[in-house]
Design a protein around this ligand. Structure first.
Ligand code: M6R
Length: 604
């Protein structure tokens, strides 16, 4: 939530800031603003998307500045609450991502001293406090201030009296330093910087940095200087651009054959008939694991549910999938349990908090994430990168399929370690894994058939998704995709549960999307379809291309290539993504930036 960018270099700061903010907009789009230090401190803010800010912005001179795109937490969506937030004397400007838990207390204290506030945000407290603590050294004022803050923050600060530097600090919210030649950056996300640099330094919690055009200094809260290593990011600028697609989401759906190959590359060998994960990961899997807890939110939680079916079927190890927001407070912690955190961004506040809780309780932690250097990679014992490239669309697509594949590789590895999977069987799976990119491409090539079904759905009020086994979490994800980008009410159910309540909501005009695979659930699914049809709604079945029976039962059929197997979940999910995309597109929705959502949920 909230994208932040700081620039200190030789270019026109307002151009760089607007450009970077456009790349950060997926973090929030309630309001945006920039602050430039030139001859004076100039601030400009607008409610709404960055394009509005860009249209209205006056010409500001200056080569140092800060920019922010907001997802509102404290205070309504107004210009006053947009960032940068200023101290009352307009000396200090701050952009902030996070939540200051004790802001009411700090605010009251400042008000008693006569400080006048002009917004309802918790972030304004930071600007006012820095100003109170300012004794001629911005770094020291920031250090004194963060010692008073409780909660999470990534901040970038400029001061009228020290117009040559940016000061940044973080705790539990992402902030990365971009290293350039005669220019330096601070940003919440690496993808914002790719046009300018691929060299980064990661700030850790409790660290403060001071950036001039040519130098980067990092300190801890005791003002001791810290040496940070520089990393190179292997993402390219084109990965973070639409490249001719109308939406990032569609581009990312179409990138899935490639994303699958990237997961498999170097990890799955057809010749040796082996699955090879990073040494540290294999070490973790080699312990005496008695259970696994998968912790995640949203779509990542659903990939965890798919993972549960895969791991339990192949290894018999019990897997508990927990919503991170619940687990952190109520989950049972057990040091014999392996904790797997699944998080595309590596920055989801609840997932990070749950991982920290588990670690404190003595559990071993493994993270599956797409973002190298993200907080999740730095607080866990080991991590596996999905290597999907940047995902900009708020709706997760390619990272979901990659997470499932990584969980599948973990399942294979564990099964092999426990002697539950023979070499021949593993070989068969490896062969099928290698076929996946082609199967996904086939689904993508027939996107027009899915568009035909989308036309039937574009005006409905409500849609049910049902499935059994692995197809149950796919139904949940199919429903989430549809509701988040098309705003149609959609619910996913385990097919056997319909009779236990949800049937009451079913009317003749509620289409039911059923995922039917030819396994031990097939007959039951056909019976469930019958029960649905008896009540009048139309049934759309997603079924394998060899299923010759399904047309007798369903009104419409969308085929996935090949015959049913646990790996069919990948082409099936691509169908569900395309269906949601087409429906949302036909309804003219804001696909990449759905209302009220943000890509990375860095507050609780
Ligand atoms: O970055 P994470 O994977 O931790 O994000 C978790 C959820 O916020 C995320 O999966 C969300 O549900 C999706 N963007 C929905 O498409």
């Amino acid at each position: 939530m909230c994208g932040i960018i700081g620039y200190n270099g030789f270019r026109e700061a307002n151009k760089v800031l607007i450009d970077c903010l456009k790349r950060l907009e997926y973090r929030g789009y309630d309001s945006a603003g920039i602050g430039i230090i030139g001859k004076k401190l100039q601030i400009f803010k607008e409610v709404g998307e960055i394009s509005k800010l860009e249209k209205e912005i006056p010409v500001f001179d200056g080569d140092i500045g800060i920019g922010h795109t907001r997802w509102a937490t404290h205070g309504a969506v107004t210009k006053e609450n947009a960032h940068p937030q200023l101290s009352s004397n307009k000396k200090i400007a701050v952009i902030h991502n996070g939540i200051i838990d004790n802001f009411n207390f700090l605010k009251e204290d400042l008000e008693k001293k006569g400080v006048k506030f002009s917004s309802q945000t918790d972030s304004e407290v930071i600007a006012q406090l820095i100003n109170e603590n300012y004794k001629g050294n911005l770094r020291d004022a920031v250090i004194s201030t963060i010692k008073q803050l409780k909660g999470s923050y990534a901040i970038v600060v400029v001061c009228k009296e020290e117009p040559d530097i940016l000061v940044g600090a973080r705790k539990e919210s992402p902030l990365v330093i971009g290293v350039g030649d005669n220019e330096n950056f601070l940003a919440s996300d690496i993808s914002a910087l790719l046009k300018y640099t691929n060299r980064v330094k990661y700030l850790d919690d409790g660290e403060i940095c001071v950036l001039s055009k040519t130098s980067i200094e990092v300190f801890n809260e005791n003002k001791k200087e810290i040496t940070k290593k520089e990393d190179i990011i292997d993402w390219e600028l084109k990965d973070a651009e639409k490249s001719g697609f109308p939406h990032f989401m569609l581009k990312e759906i179409f990138e899935q054959p490639d994303a699958i190959n990237r997961v498999l590359l170097g990890r799955v060998s057809e010749i040796d008939r082996t699955i090879k994960l990073h040494e540290k990961v294999e070490e973790l899997l080699n312990y005496d694991i008695q259970s696994i807890h998968i912790i995640a939110c949203g779509t990542s939680y659903y990939s965890g549910l798919v993972g549960k079916y895969l791991i339990e079927q192949l290894t018999n190890i019990p897997v508990f999938v927990e919503l991170a927001s619940e687990y952190r407070y109520f989950g049972t912690k057990n040091e014999k349990s392996l904790i797997i955190g699944v998080t595309q961004s590596g920055e989801t506040a609840d997932t990070l908090a749950a991982l920290r809780e588990a670690k404190n309780a003595g559990s071993r932690t493994l993270v599956i994430t797409n973002v190298m250097g993200s907080t999740a990679t730095r607080i866990s014992d080991a991590y596996i990168l999905t290597q999907s490239g940047p995902e900009i669309g708020v709706a997760a697509t390619k990272t979901f399929t990659s997470q499932i594949l990584i969980l599948l590789l973990i399942a294979f590895k564990l099964a092999a370690l426990k002697n539950k999977l023979g070499a021949d069987e593993l070989s068969k799976y490896i062969f099928r894994l290698k076929e996946l990119p082609r199967k996904v491409r086939e689904v993508l090539d027939h996107s027009d058939k899915i568009l035909d079904i989308a036309l039937q759905l574009k005006n409905v009020k409500s849609v049910f998704f049902i499935g059994r086994g692995i197809n149950y979490p796919l139904s949940l994800e199919g429903a989430l995709k549809l509701k988040e980008i098309s705003y149609i009410h959609a619910e996913g159910f385990a097919a056997g549960e319909l009779k236990h309540g949800p049937f009451a909501l079913l009317t003749q005009i509620t289409p039911v999307i059923t995922i039917v695979t030819r396994d031990n659930t097939y007959d039951k699914m056909i019976a469930n379809i019958g029960e649905v049809k008896a009540r009048g709604p139309e049934v759309i079945a997603i079924a394998d291309e060899n299923d010759t029976e399904i047309e007798k039962h369903a009104d419409f059929v969308i085929r996935f290539p090949g015959s049913s197997s646990p790996l069919s979940c990948i082409p099936i999910i691509v169908i569900l993504q395309l269906l949601a995309y087409h429906v949302a597109n036909l309804r003219g929705c804001s696909i990449d930036k759905p209302r009220n959502l943000a890509k990375s949920v860095t507050v609780e």
